[in-house]
Structure formats: C-alpha cells, structure tokens
Design a protein. Structure first.
Length: 286
C-alpha cells in the first residue's frame, strides 16, 4: 500500500506542475500576439530609415557628423547584448549568451579591446558569474519596450562612438522569424554601413533644412535599430517560452499516463492480494 500511496503523491505533484506549465503557456501565447504586433509595426519604419541612412555617407558629412565616421582601424569595440529578465524559455537566453561570448572571443583574437553592455538579468548573471567586467547593466526594460527605453540603452554607447572612445558597436539579439524560429543575431550598428557618396540634392525634398534633418535622423536610426531589436527580442522570448511550456505540459501528460498505469497495477495487485487473504481465511475457518 505504501508503494501505491507514493505513486498517488507523485501523480498529484505532476498534475500541479502540468497545471502551472499550461497556465504559463497560455500567458506566453497571449503576450506573443501583442509582441508580434509590435514587431510587424516597427519593421517598415526601420527598413525605411535603413534605406535612407545607408546612402548618406560622405567624407564631408562624416567630418560634420561624428556618428557617420568610419575609423580606418578598430581598436576598441562595444558589444551590446539583449537577453531576458526571466528564464523558463528553453534555450533562448543560452543561445544569446553563447553568441555574445563567441563575438567577444573573435574580437579579442583580432587584438581589439572590448567593452560589454548588457540589458537583461540572465545575461548579467552569466557574465557576472564568469567574472567578465560589464560597463553598463540594465534590468528595467519591461515586456513592452519603448523608444525611450531604446534611447536610454544605446544613447551612452552612441556618444562613446561619436567621441572616439570606441570604433565599433555590435548588437547581439534574437531575430524573430516565427514563434518556432528565433535565432541569435549579431549586427554591426556603428559604423553605419552603406555605399560611399552622398545622394544628390535632387534625391530628396528637404523641409526643414538638411542639417536639421540629419541631426535628428542619424541618432534616430541607431535608436530605432535598438528599439526594433528590443521588440523582436521580446517576441522571440515569448515564442520560446510558449514552446518550452508546451513541451513541458506534453511531457507532464506522458508522465501522468505512465504513473496512472503504475498506480492501477499496484492497486490491482493489492486488491488481488486482499481477495486471496479473504479466501484463505474463509477456507481456514471451514
């Protein structure tokens, strides 16, 4: 009977776990819908900025706007890593951390000094455990990142690039393709990539002046790139969590099925033994 009671306790424990993972799956599904809506809303604007800014480079503009500078040699690079604040999302955080670690190793192998900036508790905890120095740490980005969040993350790093303190800025985040496909992705934010030669004056109708537009659009381009990465990261996190919780729920169902069969066999054996004892006792009395 002790064996049957133990199995019964395990069944109850697995049922409770299954209920929790199922609830987390439903919550992640709900958050995923809102997160994907933000991703699809952010992409067209980001692509438009990319097309405009990629053709703006010229030596004359680079001298006037430091954000357009292209150093001949990269001596120091900043790496910005975006992870989640919470776990239970499968390999989401581990894949991002691995991508950042490999990037740091690659840069250092080339003789480039690096500085690490992280937004997300999971990334911070990992590199803190490894004793890796971090220049900035952010854990206050919510499930609904804003443009202001993006500016607060990238603003100080962008200023370091403009001042010449760093010669390149890399962004490590998840690329949201679908709920089932969220691979880690490394993007070189700065220097700004694009073709040489500024577009002619006839390319755009400028109002107000070109200088005023450039002063706003260049920082906006970098800020929006980080904002888009934040919303894609959030969608990727929820997609990974939904998949992980669904797998956990399915596995709990399989375990319950096995435990139920085990419990039924134990109960059947116990009942058979009790019947045999009753029959044996009755025969002895006769």
């Amino acid at each position: 009977m002790a064996g049957a009671r133990e199995v019964k306790r395990r069944i109850k424990s697995v049922e409770n776990t299954k209920q929790i993972t199922r609830t987390m799956e439903l919550v992640a599904t709900s958050k995923l819908k809102r997160a994907t809506d933000r991703v699809y809303a952010a992409r067209p604007y980001a692509q438009g900025l990319q097309e405009i800014v990629s053709g703006l480079y010229s030596r004359e503009l680079a001298e006037k706007y430091p954000i357009l500078r292209r150093p001949e040699t990269v001596k120091r690079a900043a790496v910005l890593l975006l992870t989640a604040n919470r776990g239970l999302a499968g390999g989401f955080n581990a894949n991002l951390i691995r991508q950042a670690r490999q990037l740091l190793e690659k840069l250092r192998a080339q003789g480039i000094q690096t500085e690490l900036h992280i937004a997300g508790k999971k990334g911070i905890a990992y590199f803190k455990f490894r004793g890796e120095p971090m220049m900035t740490q952010r854990t206050d980005i919510s499930d609904r990142p804003t443009v202001e969040d993006a500016e607060s993350v990238i603003g100080p790093i962008r200023e370091r690039f403009e001042s010449g303190a760093v010669d390149a800025v890399y962004l490590v985040s998840s690329q949201f393709r679908s709920a089932m496909s969220t691979p880690p992705h490394t993007r070189e934010l700065l220097p700004i990539a694009g073709g040489d030669g500024a577009p002619s004056a006839d390319t755009y109708i400028l109002s107000p002046s070109g200088d005023m537009i450039l002063e706003r659009i260049l920082p906006a381009y970098v800020r929006n790139a980080v904002y888009t990465a934040l919303v894609e990261n959030q969608a990727a996190e929820q997609g990974s969590r939904r998949t992980a919780m669904k797998n956990a729920t399915d596995n709990a169902g399989d375990v319950l099925e096995h435990l139920t069969r085990t419990y039924n066999r134990a109960r059947q054996g116990q009942i058979t033994q009790e019947i045999a004892e009753i029959v044996g006792g009755s025969a002895a009395l006769e």
